[in-house]
Design a protein around this ligand. Structure first.
Ligand code: NAD
Length: 283
């Protein structure tokens, strides 16, 4: 909602192709904007858009003074050069924090935009009073959007950080050294009790659709919400097995944990972008 002489902050999402999960994420983000009085729009482009044309749309958003934040929903189709697209977002509007300038600033410990998912996780740890300084933090997954920025953020807060990935040897043993375990892999219920030290804080970033009834039974044993499963044809499960609740000191739920926080942090980044652009605007 704008008042006289003041324009509302505005977030523009760019959605390429027709991946249903991406469409849901973008809709959730724009709906949250509406609820907060942040203007939003979604530019929908076909799966076969060229990198050049997509960069052309980004250029228009870069120069449009009515747009404060630009969000390119990932993953982009395989035919698009994702790095080239991200490199062309104005770093001052890059609310996902994926432009190389913003990545560099984060690595140096002076972030302009903290990527929303790890930013939300830091908020969660702080607000829960989880001690980060001196803690052993293990991250599984080394993506640009979660694992790598998470490592930087925890390191700058004086945690001892280990980043694991698909080639890590004896992953459960490495994870058992963690006081804080962040899991961002994308494999349903992969992290079992065997990965977790008693009392550890476990952050489950994974969002996995499980559509096979047998797999749901395998994960949950006695599953109690078949009505929901039958209605949708799948359920959403994290990367952490539910049995970890028995051993962890704290465990984030999926759905309802890191996901909503991520959207909250994206909103916060959009407001910051708008405030900074206004502070530096000469017009
Ligand atoms: P990604 O999908 O780009 O990469 C997966 C990472 O996991 C890689 O670094 C890979 O090395 C590692 N990995 C794969 N198999 C492994 C194995 N067997 N053992 C150890 N490591 C392994 O990562 P991403 O984009 O961070 O996504 C990870 C998960 O987090 C997905 O489920 C995604 O949907 C979810 N996610 C959630 C949010 C949110 O808001 N909650 C945000 C981003 C991603």
């Amino acid at each position: 909602m704008a008042t006289a002489g003041h324009r509302s902050p505005k977030l523009t999402a760019v959605l390429v192709g027709d991946d249903p999960a991406s469409a849901i994420y973008v809709r959730t983000k724009t709906r949250t904007c509406e609820g907060l009085g942040i203007d939003s729009e979604t530019i929908e482009l076909p799966e076969n858009v060229s990198t050049k044309d997509l960069i052309g749309y980004i250029d228009e958003l870069n120069t449009n003074k009515g747009v404060d934040g630009i969000l390119v929903q990932l993953p982009l189709p395989s035919g698009v050069d994702t790095e080239a697209v991200l490199d062309n977002i104005d770093p001052r509007k890059d609310v996902d924090g994926l432009h190389p300038h913003n990545v560099g600033l984060l690595v140096q410990g002076r972030p302009r935009f903290v990527p929303a998912t790890p930013g939300g996780i830091m908020q969660m740890l702080d607000r829960r009073g989880i001690e980060i300084e001196g803690a052993n933090a293990v991250i599984i997954g080394r993506s640009e959007i979660v694992g790598k920025p998470m490592a930087s953020l925890l390191m700058h807060r004086n945690a001892t950080v280990t980043v694991c990935h698909s080639r890590t040897r004896d992953l459960p043993a490495v994870c058992r050294s963690a006081d804080i375990l962040v899991v961002a892999v994308g494999r349903d219920a992969m992290v079992t009790k065997d990965f977790v030290k008693s009392g550890a804080t476990v952050i489950d970033v994974g969002i996995n659709r499980v559509a096979a009834r047998a797999r749901v039974e395998d994960i949950f044993g006695e599953y109690s919400d078949w009505e929901k499963f039958n209605q949708r044809g799948y359920i959403v499960v994290g990367d952490v097995h539910p049995e970890v609740e028995e051993i962890a000191g704290a465990l984030t739920p999926v759905p309802g944990g890191v996901g909503p926080l991520t959207i909250g942090m994206l909103m916060s980044n959009t407001l910051e972008a708008a405030a900074r652009l206004r502070a530096t605007s000469t017009g």
